[in-house]
Design a protein. Structure first.
Length: 235
């Protein structure tokens, strides 16, 4: 009977050690990537969970592993110290308007450098649910369209755009073949019109994100101010 208890104790100890090992990377204990202090959830749907994240200078995020592919949009110029699981540290410049996608499994510590402006980032954790594309049966060209646009990335998960709408400039009709998130960088007001969907007036400010469902012809133009936004087309 006692041997049975010993076997059970050894099994529990092994399981406990395994769980403990799962929580460690090298000498670092893993913490949650999101949520975490300084991160505010601002939108959640079938295509993504969106966070407005601040990084107070000198406050470490702790070693964390991102459980999904994610998109980042930087809203402030600053410096960021990054520590990898092997203990190597490096300081990276962060530029306002940077738009990027990083892969599931990325593991690191982040810390805004003391004496620099507080980093503010919009992070979008990508999900796999929902339609990944919509069929275009009309004449408008497929894909996101704006007169002032620059493609930043195109990969199996997303197409990323740095888009600009000048005040008074006419819009360009396009068929929205993918769902998209729109993240304002320079605030203003956008007018979104469509022959097959309700018109929208989007008063944009920093720290907010707009989701536009695909499957519609749309024309987007600036109704007030010169607007700059990151556009995330979801494949």
């Amino acid at each position: 009977m006692r041997s049975g208890y010993l076997v059970l104790a050894a099994l529990l100890e092994s399981v406990s050690a395994g769980l403990h090992a799962q929580e460690m990377v090298g000498k670092y204990k893993l913490v949650s990537a999101l949520p975490r202090p300084g991160a505010t959830e601002i939108l959640d749907n079938d295509r993504g969970r969106v966070w407005d994240v601040i990084y107070p200078p000198g406050m470490s995020t702790g070693m964390h592993r991102h459980p999904t592919d994610f998109v980042g949009v930087e809203l402030v110029d600053t410096l960021l110290k990054v520590t990898t699981p092997d203990g190597v540290e490096r300081v990276n410049p962060i530029h306002r308007g940077q738009i990027y996608m990083l892969p599931k499994g990325l593991t690191h510590i982040e810390e805004n450098v003391i004496g620099r402006p507080q980093r503010n980032t919009i992070l979008i954790e990508l999900k796999d649910a929902g339609p990944h594309s919509y069929d275009n049966h009309g004449e408008a060209p497929s894909g996101f369209g704006a007169l002032g646009q620059k493609q930043v990335a195109d990969n199996p998960r997303v197409i990323l755009w740095d888009a600009h709408w000048a005040s008074g400039e006419p819009g360009k009709a396009f068929f929205q073949s993918h769902d998209l998130f729109l993240v304002p960088i320079d605030a203003g007001t956008l007018s979104v019109t469509s022959p097959d969907d309700a018109a929208k007036t989007l008063r944009l400010a920093g720290g907010q994100v707009v989701f536009l469902q695909g499957g519609h012809v749309r024309t987007i133009q600036a109704a007030e101010g010169n607007v700059r936004a990151a556009v995330v087309e979801l494949k």
